[in-house]
Design a protein around this ligand. Sequence first.
Ligand code: MRU
Length: 309
Amino acid sequence: MKTLYWKDGQLYLLDQTLLPHEVEYLVCGTYQDVIRAIQSMVVRGAPAIGVAAAFAMALADLAGDDLEKAAQEIRAARPTAVNLAWAVDRVLNSDSAVEEALKMYQEDQDTNRAMGKQGAEIISDGDTILTHCNAGALACVDYGTALGVVRAAHEEGKNVKVICDETRPVLQGARLSVWEMQEEGIPVKLIVDGAAGRLMQEGEVDKVIIGADRVAQGGVANKIGSLMVALAAHRFGVPFYVAAPKSTFDHENSIYEIEIEERNPEEVLNFAGCRVAPLLTEVRNPSFDVVPADLITGIITEKGIMKPF
Ligand code: MRU
């Protein structure tokens, strides 16, 4: 099952807000439809929103829209993942928007398989891997980055188990990562975010592998909660890896200069559609953390494993 696909001049997005209970595709016929889908997290995950952004540019091109204006709006749909700007710029600099988007669609899948192979080398038979958020097939066109590494190790015949942080407030771990691992037949357990430190303290985690929205000078940005996991891993001597394709690398900026998306307070005030906090509660809802380079054991890319820069 693909996270997104292009058919007859339209973009089909697997609606991740409905998973795991309903499997439904949203059809986008305009670039504005894709922007709305990215903002509402119908499609999410850095590589997936990058490829969706490329197809949004293709839709703008087919409709004869002003491409510079479309590019600006698409880049601003979500600010933290660098893949959006990377994808939009690639399409802007190409000869054919649709062909370039289709090329990126294929590249994403090839890259993830190559990254999986590289990363599987650090997985030992019997390892338990803790992951945060969803850096799986659903965050890409297919296969995944962090969960792609797990998939590759599983395909090589290694016994590998996964622990997923639930990942408040959008629950990408509980709803998406657990579902993906179950579909794949990989043993998986779900924990609340606050239990990650406890499990590492008890020696129940061999490695942490997470994805990234941006790898920049000084560290990595990834889903809120990643920093606390990295700090606990450091304290308890658990290797902490980030799996990210080169399209997620930003060589221009310091990780401390980038914009961290702040999302709607309603995500925090409610749980599973029920209001949980008192009326008039003030909220902070940063969607991403910055994990400093010194807490990262290695970055798994399609070309090999490297140190943060
Ligand atoms: O807000 P999201 O769900 O788009 O955040 C996704 C993450 O933080 C992922 O870990 C990251 O994009 C890497 S996906 C391969």
